[in-house]
Design a protein around this ligand. Structure first.
Ligand SMILES: *Cc1c(COP(=O)(O)O)cnc(C)c1O
Length: 338
């Protein structure tokens, strides 16, 4: 058994028992191997290093109340990575292989899955990279698909903590016909500089507007935007340069199940003050309530810094109840590891 202080785990890299690694060569994937060493030996001409041929995913496994370990919506992440691979001209990972890779690596790292009741989970990071040498610009002839895992602690000890956000008009994240709708490292490289600026100014998350007109809400750097109207309507922006978040999809379904109205449509910046609750959503933390958004001299108040709004709290609880197996999984989202 490993010796981990489950109660004080954060969200940071930790070596585990192994990761799983597959190679695509001559038009086919191999059957994958579990590798103990957390290092890759790679050709210095690999396309992922020079031209950003890279796709990643993020999902989680939970040790449930009944003791069974379940992965949340792995086939949906597989489909998203399939789209990212197509957009970046990489060898695509078939859905069955992706889900099997996730199951194999989770099972091999059973000791690293936080016990039920600690609020923790096993964070799963699939990665697809061009590893063939290629200096003339063209897709690589060899790819590596790997899945690494790390135990993640409960993010919100003592309840959801609202944060403030900022819109930085000096930088964009994704162009309208660019790569904003696929999960590539390049989108993160594009947002790091503004992210560091925002953090230094005291804003943990920055919000992006559409790159072309700077008049519509897009998403936060690493998470989708959701807004709740005073009448309980769930609103989330529709744009070709937003990453389709699995968490947002899950929350929309749950909102619908609760009888709330759900709208996916363009959201003009001017609409911000009309929301009674705003939150960022993504796999790592599910939701981050946002109580204030600043743009230049304008400061928009959306809630209290002391507590999460009731609708976002209710949606958060509903997701966690399903993930930890406390409520029936009526949508078939949870895949057991046998
Ligand atoms: C991964 C990601 C999200 C969140 O997606 P989930 O599937 O909910 O984790 C949101 N925005 C961006 C830009 C992302 O890369």
């Amino acid at each position: 058994m490993v010796n981990i202080d489950w109660k004080n785990l954060g969200f940071k890299y930790m070596d585990t028992a192994c990761h799983i690694e597959y190679v695509w060569r001559d038009g086919a994937w191999d059957s994958g191997v579990l590798v103990k060493e957390p290092y890759l030996k790679m050709h210095i001409g690999a396309t992922c290093l020079h031209y950003g041929q890279e796709a990643f995913e993020g999902l989680k496994a939970f040790r449930c109340q009944d003791g069974v370990v379940r992965v949340f919506r792995p086939a949906d992440n597989a489909r998203r990575m399939f789209n990212t691979a197509r957009r970046t001209c990489m060898a695509q990972v078939p859905e069955a292989m992706f889900v099997d890779a996730v199951k194999r690596v989770v099972k091999a790292n059973e000791d690293y899955i936080p016990p039920y009741g600690t609020g923790g989970s096993l964070y799963i990071r699939p990665l697809l990279i061009g590893t063939g040498a290629q200096i003339g610009v063209a897709p690589a002839k060899e790819y590596t698909f790997l899945v690494l895992v790390m135990p993640a602690g409960e993010y919100y000890k003592g309840g959801l903590k609202p944060v403030k956000s900022i819109i930085i008009d000096e930088y964009d994240r994704a162009a309208p016909l660019g790569m904003g709708d696929v999960k590539v490292g390049g989108n993160y490289a594009a947002s790091l500089y503004a992210h560091e600026q925002a953090k230094r100014a005291g804003y943990p998350v920055e919000l992006y507007l559409d790159a072309k007109t700077h008049s519509f809400i897009e998403e936060f750097a690493t998470s989708n935007f959701i807004g709740i109207k005073p009448d309980g309507t769930y609103v989330t922006p529709d744009s070709p340069s937003i990453l389709p978040s699995m968490t947002n999809d899950t929350l929309r379904q749950l909102a619908h199940d609760f009888g709330m109205k759900v709208e996916t449509r363009p959201v003009p910046f001017e609409e911000l003050p009309t929301f009674s609750e705003v939150a960022a959503c993504g796999t790592a933390v599910v939701v981050t309530p946002v109580y204030e958004i600043t743009r230049g001299a304008t400061v928009i108040t959306l809630g209290s810094p002391d507590r999460c709004g009731p609708v976002v709290q209710k949606l958060f609880d509903a997701v966690q109840d399903i993930q930890y197996g406390r409520k029936p999984d009526v949508h078939g989202w949870c895949v057991p590891i046998d």
